[in-house]
Ligand binder design. Structure first.
Ligand code: ZN
Ligand code: ZN
Length: 362
């Protein structure tokens, strides 16, 4: 057991409090990582707002990179001192989902309030998303960690752990994009920009970015969008069909808004599919016409964390970054200290297109 500083949520919709908490030593199969950088993802903010429910007090943060400082028994393939990405993708390896390669939908359930974190007074805490990385250190399952080269900056590496795998993976894994297909990406935020570059890497013909803000659409072009349409247009799906000559083969919804899911099929060509990336709050409902979708051979496809297989996909993403084919540095809009986390969250809520990263200086 050791004492670390963490940003703690005591009550939904109130600022996080920086305080000392206790972190247990890694148990069997677990890895302790000193966090160098953790980015702020919209899921963290949705949790903080109470949109996903969950026990309090809690430590959020799940888009992280750092260095391994201790190992539990039975850990293989990871050594103390390794640079790593820390993800929320905890997989048991043995359930039917894991056995079929769908690690992000592992069926083994865990009690995240029985994790390594406790308050300074010894009460149980939620290690949100199996990470709790708004903290100086984490203890996570070895399945969540991927070793990366030492010379990759931890700030850019942290982005890979959620936003990049979620966006790129949605295009490459979940959508199963083929060369020459047409893609619409709704939402040009941190995940949307990665969906755009994933579609570019996968060889899409046209990539149309849609967002409310013109400034985000400009950035979308830098990441590979060939065309842009303002979401403020009366019928953005009609604008898209003018550009493509028909509907899109794939529509990637990267915003967590149910109303956007309602409209997404309007952008589709026959046999097209809507890929569900953004996560609306739990109280939101969506609706669609089963007749129209069934008749046109269309459908919705789930994409959990880009259906990523982290030990397979993160290494190739890092190689593409080295080659200049995957933009990571350009995704960072600001660097903040842990003490500034509430300001960084406010900045993200202000509509910043890219990612704010908490950086630990030692
Ligand atoms: Zn995330
Ligand atoms: Zn499993």
């Amino acid at each position: 057991m050791q004492t670390i500083r963490a940003a703690v949520c005591h009550e939904f919709n109130t600022p996080l409090v920086i305080e000392e908490v206790h972190l247990a030593a890694p148990a069997r199969g677990q890895v302790e990582v000193e966090i160098d950088a953790v980015a702020i993802c919209h899921s963290d903010i949705s949790f903080q707002q109470g949109g996903f429910g969950g026990h309090l007090p809690a430590v959020y943060g799940h888009e992280a990179a750092g260095r391994v400082t201790a190992l539990g028994e039975g850990v293989s393939g990871i050594a103390v001192g390794d640079s790593v990405c820390v993800t929320l993708v905890r997989s048991c390896g043995g359930c039917p989902s894991c056995q079929s390669g769908h690690l992000t939908t592992c069926e083994t359930r865990h009690d995240d309030t029985a994790g390594p974190l406790t308050t300074a007074s010894g009460d149980k805490m939620l290690q949100a998303m199996a990470c709790g990385a708004f903290a100086e250190k984490v203890v996570v399952d070895q399945s969540q960690v991927v070793t990366i080269p030492d010379d990759i900056g931890k700030d850019v590496a942290s982005l890979i752990s959620c936003g990049v795998i979620t966006g790129v993976g949605a295009a490459v894994n979940a959508a199963g994009l083929r060369v020459g297909q047409d893609v619409v990406v709704i939402g040009a935020g941190g995940v949307g920009l990665n969906a755009i570059q994933g579609a570019r890497i996968a060889g899409a013909r046209r990539i149309v970015a849609i967002d409310m803000l013109d400034e985000k659409l400009e950035i979308a072009r830098e990441f590979g969008a060939t065309d842009t349409v303002s979401a403020q247009s009366a019928k953005p799906w009609a604008d898209v069909k003018k550009i493509l000559g028909r509907g899109a083969d794939v529509v990637l919804v990267t915003v967590g808004v149910a109303a956007v899911y309602d409209q997404a099929p309007r952008y589709l060509a026959n046999s097209g599919r809507v890929v569900m990336v953004g996560m609306p709050h739990g109280d939101q409902k969506s609706s669609f016409s089963p007749l129209i979708l069934a008749d046109a051979g269309q459908g919705y496809v789930g994409s959990k964390m880009g259906n990523v297989v982290i030990k397979r996909d993160i290494p190739w993403m890092i190689d593409l970054y080295r080659q200049g084919r995957l933009k990571l540095d350009e995704l960072i809009s600001g660097r903040w200290s842990l003490e500034q986390i509430n300001e960084a969250i406010a900045d993200t809520l202000g509509g910043a297109a890219k990612r704010n990263v908490i950086v630990f200086k030692r």
